[in-house]
Design a protein around this ligand. Sequence first.
Ligand code: SAM
Length: 335
Amino acid sequence: MLDSNADDLAAMADLLGPFAIRVAATLRLADHMAAGVTTGAGLAKQVGAHPATLKKLLRYLVSRGVFRWSQERGYEVTDLGAPLLEDAPGSVRRRLSMDGLLGLAELGLVGLLHTVRTGEAGYKAAFGRDFWHDVSDVPDDANVLAEEVAKELSGDGHLIVHSYDWSRVRRVMDVGGGNGTVLIELARAHPHLHGALLDLPGMAKAAAQRIEQCGLGDRCETVEGSFLDPIPPGFDVYLLSAILCDWPDDDAIKILRRCGEAAGAAGRVLVADMNLIYDDDDADAARMNLLLTGTVPVPVRTLKQLKRLGAAAGLELSWEGPTTRRRTLLEFRAH
Ligand SMILES: C[S@@+](CC[C@H](N)C(=O)[O-])C[C@H]1O[C@@H](n2cnc3c(N)ncnc32)[C@H](O)[C@@H]1O
């Protein structure tokens, strides 16, 4: 019994499998195999890898049943490995790619010991750089990265688009708007709205591209910058969608203050923040809570804590919207 527990626990703690699968996802090995590149040397050439080492990786993943190898057919994707194909239904390739937002974030778990000791984000401790700045520094991949976020959040978009009275609003700024998913939905649903999106350069560029592609260039613009610096004034609503949850209290208060300053007496700050509600026995929530804390230092806040943040930033709660299981809508105005 003890022996089998030890084996089970050691298997749970084995880091090799997750890393090997993620390297395969990042290098798109499954897609190359499906496209007919089936030798170790051919794959190494295709993905720019060290041939002998790639072969070790392939052999290991064959031993785990992700790929198979035969003399006649070379390397192939198994049923287990099929979700590594980009176009497979329920593909996990992007989610696991180390170039992707979620894959990159999870690398921060290397700093989990630091996180547990200090409460600070493991990502910064491990790599010496803020997670979002790393994300923004890979502009070529920014679209892919932002798509990941958008996919994660799209389920809550309707709350922002349909639960707030946008008829009174002419100009909205989506602060930290990512690839523009929310702003685009807003502009489509409310044709009278004009919008701007502020984000770090990589994301803002990705958003500009998507806005153009959606034919909304005449109503929506993008601004490259940081919400920790002064934000352009003149908008009726400053929207913070899934932003505060990435920041500890001091920074979150600063972001709210920046929005309040920009909004002035007439404007509003609309907070649509993550509001994960946990049950002690909810395994998914327990995983997400620790994962987010280890990567971005997410302090999952209760509604009360969000309201307190607003007050600490000198804002007054002016409206409280509906709450889904994951999101809350709160409107603030400057005193
Ligand atoms: C969790 S995503 C939310 C994206 C979007 N608001 C949504 O709801 O889909 C956080 C966003 O904040 C942006 N961000 C992080 N640090 C920033 C900063 N200092 N200034 C502006 N944007 C920042 C990230 O690039 C990312 O797009």
